[in-house]
Design a binder for this molecule. Structure first.
Ligand code: SF4
Length: 364
């Protein structure tokens, strides 16, 4: 039995003169007739108002290493209770999670869980944090924010994995509930965004500068490098220079490898040499923490001290092989402060993925 949709009243919308409603949550500003859904599929006009059809619904829960989000400077080695729903407000032709994000059915919704049930399950699983991931939490912001409140009540941290495609007012409210984020910067040209994601670049840059200037949310950036699309020296130089200028050298940047998927199955996987080249360019631009992802690359996975260049957190993919930071996040060799959120490092969770059932119901 698949789980029925919810009809939870949603926020951030207004009535237009012609009787339609406009969703003001993301820069798409979908205008909807009665019964119509937005591009994200999960927000819908119903009975003259907007509802969120995925409140309390999930496509599944897993305990992951925090490095998988990826976050390399947010309590390294800890485990994170991860979940998502269905749908997305971008339309990336290269989507690497399309079975969830492009879901047009609720048959991917296999678990029903209210906010405190999720927080309780995360606590019982020994997780440090809960991540809204797999699909973009912006589109289920009301649910994610309630889960975040429940997590904070229990002393758990919250993590958003997002494309950052959100308008100003909900951006403030949403990130006020988040302790950390990984924001996708999918490319560094508006042309790339329009053609391959169906979105625009500027709102994403606005989210990044907002996080830096007006919040204390810890955030890292991920760029999926797609051969021939966003991997030129010029584009990587431009994005690295922008990050350096607008966000500073301490925001970690992850270059991750694309695999052929969804509507871009004719493009080859990203060669490891492309990731290394991109990392070299970003380091040369002055960024302190630049990583390669989705590949075995010990150098590209390691956190180096920006002051004395000692290898402080040695990683192979999501596994930590060596850890030389003090509890308060200082280099144990030269004493320099390392940007991020750190604590006692006891026993890393490791490269595992443990599915967890909160309230599992049978699929049809
Ligand atoms: S959140 Fe969904 S319904 Fe709202 S504007 Fe964005 S795509 Fe449209």
């Amino acid at each position: 039995m698949s789980i029925p949709e919810s009809h939870t009243p949603a926020r951030w919308w207004r009535v237009l003169d012609d009787g339609r409603i406009e969703c003001d949550l993301c820069p798409r500003y979908c205008k909807l007739h009665e019964g119509q859904r937005g591009l994200c599929f999960v927000r819908k006009m119903e009975g003259g108002r907007m509802v969120l059809t995925t409140y309390g619904r999930s496509s599944g829960f897993c305990v992951d290493p925090i490095e998988k989000k990826p976050l390399n400077h947010f309590y390294p080695g800890s485990s994170v209770f991860s979940f998502g729903t269905a749908g997305c407000n971008l339309a990336c032709k290269f989507c690497q999670n399309w079975d969830i994000s492009k879901s047009r059915e609720t048959d991917t919704m296999v678990d029903r869980a209210m906010p405190d049930e999720i927080a309780a399950a995360a606590e019982q699983s020994g997780c440090k944090s809960v991540a809204f991931t797999y699909n973009d939490p912006v589109i289920f912001a009301e649910y994610a924010m309630d889960v975040a409140d429940a997590c904070h009540t229990r002393g758990l941290k919250t993590v958003a994995v997002t494309a950052g495609y959100i308008t100003e007012e909900p951006r403030r409210e949403f990130f006020a509930k988040m302790d950390a984020a990984n924001v996708d910067l999918k490319g560094f040209s508006d042309d790339f965004y329009v053609k391959l994601t169906g979105a625009r670049l500027q709102p994403v840059l606005d989210t990044l500068t907002y996080l830096k200037r007006e919040t204390d949310v810890w955030f890292e950036i991920t760029t999926l490098l797609i051969p021939g699309q966003n991997d030129s020296d010029a584009e990587i130089e431009a994005s690295s220079a922008w990050i350096m200028r607008e966000l500073g050298p301490d925001v970690p940047l992850h270059f991750s490898a694309f695999h052929p998927d969804w509507k871009m199955r004719d493009v080859p996987p990203t060669p490891p040499a492309t990731l290394t080249r991109a990392r070299d360019i970003a380091l040369k631009a002055g960024l302190h923490y630049v990583y390669t992802g989705n590949v075995h690359d010990t150098t590209g996975g390691t956190t180096f001290c920006p002051s004395c260049h000692a290898a402080l957190i040695v990683r192979d993919w999501y596994r930590i092989d060596d850890y030389r930071l003090s509890e308060d996040g200082h280099c144990t060799q030269c004493g320099a402060a390392i940007a991020g959120r750190f604590g006692a490092f006891i026993h890393p969770f490791g490269n595992r993925r443990i599915p967890v059932s909160v309230h599992r119901e049978q699929r049809t």
